[in-house]
Ligand binder design. Structure first.
Ligand SMILES: Nc1ncnc2c1ncn2[C@@H]1O[C@H](COP(=O)(O)OP(=O)(O)OP(=O)(O)O)[C@@H](O)[C@H]1O
Length: 361
C-alpha cells in the first residue's frame, strides 16, 4: 500500500495525510474505552437509546480518528446498527437535549467541527458523514446509473442560477456522470450501468450502495457489514477499495462480524457489548482483551475471533480431559483428539466470508 501524502477530506488545508504518521499517532492512544484520539473527526458523548425497558445503546464517550479505518465490532445485538442509526440521524437518542432534558448529560456528537445532535439524516449526509446499510437501500426500479446519479451532491437543480444557465448545468451533469462511470468501473459494475438495481445480486447491490455513497465525496463513510452477502471473489477487491479510500483520505468506520477482515484492514477497533463501548485498541491486540473475550463468549459462543492464540495449551489440555471424560462416560474406547486448526489467512483465492443471506435482517 502506498505511503502517499494527501489531504484527508474535511480536514484543515495543508494537513498532510501520511499512513506511517497515522500509525505512529495511534500507537500513542491508550487502549481503553473512550480513549482520546490525536485528531478525532467524530466525538460522541452521552448517546443513550432505549427500546421499552431495554437499553440498546449507552455510549458515554467515544472518538473516531480522522483518516483511519476504524472497526466497530461486538456480538449480535450489541447495539452497533442502532448506534450508526443514531449518529446519522435515522433515529433519535432518548438522551437528546429537549426542554425537559438539558444539562451536561445530554447527547452530543460533533462531526468535523459541527454539532450533529439535532440534525436530520439528509443534512447529516450533506455534512460529509455518509452511511450504507446492512440491508441495501438501492432503488430496484432505477438503473444502476440512475442510483449513482442520485448519490451526487451539488446537482444542477439544487442551485437556481446553475439550473437556468444551460452551459453550467450541462457541464455539472457531465462531471457527475463521469464520476459515476469512474466509480462503477472501480467497483466492477460498469457493464451493469443500464440494468435495474433490482436485478443485481445481493453482493453487487452492496457494492452499488458503497459506490453511490462515494458520489458525494464524504469525509467519513460508515459501512454497516460491507462484506455480508458479498461473493468471496469480490471480497478482496472490496477490501482493497476500503483501504484505498483511507489512503485517499476518507475516514472509514465500519461494522463487521468477519474478524479476519477486521484484523486485515483496521487501524483501530472499538468493541461494543450490551450497548456500551467495552474495549478499544489496535486489531492485533484488542481481541486478547478479557472484556472482548467475555463479551463474545457471554453472548455468542461460536464466534470466531480470528485468533487461535486464544486456544492456549492449558485450554487444549482441559478440553482434551473433558472429551476423555465424556467418552469414558459413554463407554467409548478411543477418545477424539482436540487439535489446533491453523489460523485461516486472508488471501485472494481461499478467503471465504461467512456471508449471511442478504435478507436476513
Ligand atoms: N426498532 C427496534 N425496536 C426494538 N428493539 C430494537 C429495535 N432496533 C434494535 N433493537 C434492539 O436493540 C438491540 C441492539 O440491536 P442492533 O441491531 O443495534 O445490534 P447490532 O449490534 O447491530 O446487532 P447485529 O450485529 O446482530 O446486527 C437488540 O437487542 C435489538 O433487538
Amino acid at each position: 500500500m502506498s505511503e502517499t501524502t494527501k489531504t484527508p477530506r474535511g480536514s484543515i488545508p495543508g494537513y498532510d495525510y501520511d499512513r506511517t504518521e497515522l500509525r505512529r499517532k495511534l500507537a500513542t492512544v491508550t487502549e481503553e474505552p473512550g480513549s482520546a484520539k490525536p485528531d478525532p473527526i467524530l466525538t460522541v458523548d452521552n448517546v443513550v437509546r432505549r427500546f421499552g425497558g431495554m437499553t440498546a445503546v449507552d455510549v458515554g464517550h467515544v472518538e473516531v480518528q480522522r483518516g483511519a479505518i476504524t472497526a466497530l465490532i461486538g456480538p449480535n445485538g450489541a447495539g452497533k446498527t442502532t448506534f450508526f442509526n443514531l449518529l446519522t440521524g435515522f433515529d433519535k437518542p432518548n438522551s437528546a437535549p429537549s426542554i425537559t432534558n438539558r444539562g451536561p448529560n445530554t447527547a452530543r456528537w460533533v462531526f468535523d467541527g459541527k454539532a450533529m445532535s439535532a440534525v436530520g439524516a439528509a443534512k447529516v449526509a450533506r455534512t460529509g458523514m455518509v452511511r450504507t446499510f446492512q440491508l441495501t437501500k438501492a432503488l430496484s426500479r432505477l438503473t444502476v446509473m440512475q442510483n449513482m446519479l442520485l448519490g451526487a451532491k451539488d446537482q444542477p437543480g439544487e442551485n437556481f442560477f446553475v439550473a437556468i444557465v444551460k452551459p453550467l448545468w450541462k457541464k455539472r451533469e457531465a462531471e457527475i456522470e463521469l464520476k459515476a462511470i469512474d466509480l462503477l468501473e472501480r467497483f466492477k459494475l460498469l457493464e451493469k450501468k443500464d440494468d435495474y438495481a433490482g436485478s443485481l445480486s445481493g453482493g453487487q447491490r452492496k457494492l452499488l450502495e458503497m459506490a453511490r455513497a462515494l458520489m458525494s465525496d464524504p469525509a467519513m463513510i460508515m459501512l454497516d457489514e460491507p462484506m455480508a452477502g458479498v461473493n468471496p471473489a469480490l471480497t478482496q477487491s472490496l477490501l482493497g477499495h476500503i483501504q484505498s479510500l483511507r489512503d485517499e483520505g476518507t475516514t472509514v468506520l465500519f461494522v463487521e462480524h468477519d474478524m479476519h477482515m477486521v484484523r486485515h484492514i483496521s487501524d483501530w477497533v472499538i468493541v461494543m457489548a450490551e450497548g456500551r463501548i467495552v474495549a478499544e485498541g489496535p486489531a492485533d491486540t484488542v481481541m486478547d482483551n478479557p472484556a472482548v473475550i467475555d463479551a463474545y463468549l457471554g453472548a455468542h459462543h461460536d464466534t470466531d475471533l480470528g485468533d487461535d492464540s486464544l486456544l492456549t495449551d492449558d485450554t487444549l489440555e482441559e478440553l482434551e480431559a473433558e472429551v476423555k471424560q465424556e467418552d469414558a462416560a459413554r463407554g467409548s474406547a478411543e477418545p477424539e483428539r482436540v487439535g489446533r486448526e491453523p489460523a485461516p489467512e486472508l488471501n485472494e483465492e481461499e478467503h471465504q466470508i461467512d456471508a449471511p443471506a442478504e435478507d436476513d435482517k
